[in-house]
Design a binder for this molecule. Structure first.
Ligand SMILES: *[C@@H]1O[C@H](CO)[C@@H](O)[C@H](O)[C@H]1NC(C)=O
Ligand SMILES: *[C@@H]1O[C@H](CO)[C@@H](O)[C@H](O)[C@H]1NC(C)=O
Ligand SMILES: *[C@@H]1O[C@H](CO)[C@@H](O)[C@H](O)[C@H]1NC(C)=O
Length: 623
């Protein structure tokens, strides 16, 4: 099995094609409508475009009436898949065949499709749709494909088409949330690459990715978020060919480790074995710097080597590599020990380990295409691009443990740019509920200048709590006229708007002045003269009369004075009366006391008419 595989790959390099064991990474496609098709189906995401790793994508399926294979531009047929504001994005159903998968995706993307569902043309296990080799370099549209494409089975495709033919609404949800394992707070990932820098656009785009991604990779590694390992594919020369010219020029360690000739011409330029040697250098740089606790130096070495030692300038050699290694402070002696003797008829333990790693294990298939990114032991599918890869790496973290770099603009989905992602927004307050994250957009009421908005995030959000009236007046009505300002926002209440007194309305869009005069709510006495003002009214009374607002009545200015004095008189009189009364009572009491004392004394000397009244005195006197 293993030998067959190597042989097969070997042959493919010499003669072009071969069927290797290629693992198809599958994704979930959930049909949410119509009822009869409601289920979760498998689909295979293509190796181009930008899959929304970590997120989901909801769409409305459309099956074009013509150009069903999407091999021609849809604008020729006046077909557009742009969804209108508030509509779900369009997933275009296209038939497999007649042209490249990438062409179909590009044509659909150009007229506004959000995703492409390619229907397989026969009942068979799903395959991974790939970028056509012969298109790389000739077609710069490949890098511009930004929508995901998925291959679906013929049976599912037939079902969808039938439902559409019946005029039913077909809704699907592409779900990448579980497409990468995300078991813990650290993501393990591998990059299967090659040091060959003269393989045309494919090598160029690979190096461009390494250059662009280096910064993020190093930060993630230094902070312990990731454990990265680079890998290099080598092939071995089949026994029978070991002494052949091909194997001699393309292999080291007696046919054990080979790489294809960079120019595919054995007689000129660099040979395959030069590439294998440089691959081995890179393996060793990683091993040695990993042992010294700085695995991220690999990124520096690889990018520096590509700049300083290109094949074009005939510097793709050991001397140049050694200079780069030394400039990075890596121990050259350890590198040389790791490389060993390339002419020995013996294994190199590190390249052997690389060959062993090529064989799939667990859920990961054999690595047969370069470059390949493996994240948490699953092969990454999609464009090799900083934003897309970072999104996939981020999806490998357990939810909520993703590092800050995962929440930066670089890997935003940019869904908020169009139609504000379907979320609430208030342009006047410069507030939007749309937030781009690597898991897709979310609609969440924002916090603006420290003021929290609350609501569902889709149709409404309103400023809440203290300071809310500072933000666009809390979403309430406010107007200034004739130097007077009225507002329907009441600071201190957590939300809501209420027209101030003198106004009526919803308090949000409008508050209308109440015409107190017309509505007969004030200034109604017969002598009153009413004049409405904005937010209030003025009431006056003719002549000598004065308006009393509390009683909504006019009263005479004179009357009020007399009443006032009269009242005072009453009080004074009352006080005087009370004083006199009190004095009278006092007098009476004194008198009546004196009376009884005098009576008692006099009674000792003469009989008085009513002696019974003073028995004490008598008995006392008798004793
Ligand atoms: C691809 O995008 C680049 C940069 O945005 C642009 O210059 C180029 O014209 C695009 N290519 C195609 C085929 O649209
Ligand atoms: C790199 O170092 C870490 C920790 O020292 C170790 O766990 C890991 O296996 C090393 N990787 C390789 C490829 O040697
Ligand atoms: C709105 O807010 C964004 C970011 O919060 C800021 O960049 C922009 O300048 C603001 N626009 C206005 C008109 O205040």
């Amino acid at each position: 099995m293993r030998a067959e595989l190597w042989f097969c790959i070997w042959i493919s390099f010499l003669w072009g094609s071969c069927e290797g064991r290629f693992v198809v990474e599958k994704n979930n496609l959930r049909v949410t409508s119509p009822e009869t098709l409601k289920d979760v189906y498998e689909c295979a995401i293509g190796n181009f475009g930008v899959p929304q790793y970590g997120g989901t994508m909801l769409g409305l399926v459309v099956y074009p009436k013509t150009n069903k294979k999407a091999c021609k531009g849809f604008d020729e047929f006046d077909i557009s898949f742009k969804s209108k504001a508030g509509e779900l994005p369009t997933f275009v159903l296209v038939e497999r065949g007649d042209c490249y998968f990438t062409t179909k995706a590009w044509n659909a993307q150009n007229v506004g499709a959000a995703a492409v569902l390619v229907v397989d043309d026969r009942a068979e296990p799903l395959i991974t749709m790939d970028v056509p080799e012969e298109e790389i370099g000739n077609a710069d549209y490949l890098q511009n494909i930004s929508i995901p494409s998925a291959l679906i089975s013929k049976s599912l495709g037939d079902g969808l088409k039938k439902a559409l033919a019946n005029g039913e609404m077909v809704n699907v949800n592409l779900d990448w949330r579980e497409s990468l394992p995300h078991p813990d707070e650290r993501v393990e990932y591998e990059f299967w690459t090659n040091s060959n820098d003269e393989c045309g656009p494919k090598c160029d785009s690979q190096m461009e990715f390494v250059r662009n991604f280096k910064g993020a990779a190093q930060i993630l590694e230094q902070k312990g978020y990731t454990q990265f390992t680079p890998h290099y594919i080598t092939w071995y020369c089949p026994e029978a060919f070991i002494l052949s010219k091909q194997c001699k020029s393309q292999c080291i360690n007696h046919g054990r480790y080979c790489a294809p000739d960079p120019e595919q011409d054995f007689s000129k330029g660099y040979d395959g074995k030069d590439v294998v040697m440089q691959n081995l250098h890179q393996v060793c740089v990683f091993k040695v710097s990993n042992e010294s606790g700085k695995p991220w130096l690999w990124w520096d070495y690889v990018t520096d080597f590509a700049i300083r030692c290109p094949m074009k300038e005939v510097k793709y050699n050991k001397e140049c590599a050694d200079k780069v290694i030394q400039s990075l402070g890596i121990d050259l002696k350890k590198i040389d020990d790791c490389i060993g003797d390339p002419d020995a008829d013996d294994d190199n333990p590190f390249l052997k380990a690389e060959q062993d790693a090529q064989i799939g294990h667990g859920s990961r298939g054999d690595v047969t295409i370069l470059p390949t990114l493996v994240i948490n032991n699953r092969q990454y599918r999609g464009k090799l691009d900083k934003g897309a890869v970072l999104k996939a790496l981020c999806a490998g973290f357990q939810e909520t443990t993703e590092p800050a770099v995962c929440l930066t603009e670089d890997i935003e989905t940019n869904e908020c740019l169009e139609n504000n992602g379907g979320c609430w927004q208030d342009k006047a307050a410069n507030a939007s509920a749309c937030k781009d994250t690597f898991r897709g957009r979310v609609c969440e009421c924002p916090t603006v200048h420290g003021v929290q908005f609350v609501g569902d995030g889709y149709t409404h959000c309103e400023a809440s709590g203290s300071g809310r009236c500072e933000i666009n007046n809390g979403g309430c009505w406010k107007q200034t006229k004739d130097a007077a300002t009225y507002s329907a926002c009441i600071e201190g209440t957590s939300n809501g708007c209420k027209c101030p007194p003198g106004f009526k309305g919803d308090g949000i869009k409008s508050c209308e002045d109440v015409d107190e005069c017309k509505e007969r709510t004030a200034c109604q006495c017969s002598e009153c003269k009413c004049k409405n003002t904005w937010g209030s009214y003025e009431c006056s009374c003719g002549g000598d009369l004065l308006y009393m607002q509390e009683h909504d009545t006019c009263i005479s200015k004179k009357t009020t004075t007399e009443v006032g004095w009269g009242f005072l008189w009453v009080i004074l009189f009352g006080l005087a009366l009370a004083g006199v009364g009190a004095y009278g009572v006092y007098k009476y009491r004194i008198r009546s006391y004196m009376d009884s004392e005098i009576r008692a004394i006099m009674a000792q000397y003469m009989p008085l008419e009513n002696q019974a009244e003073t028995p004490n005195h008598i008995s006392h006197a008798n004793a």
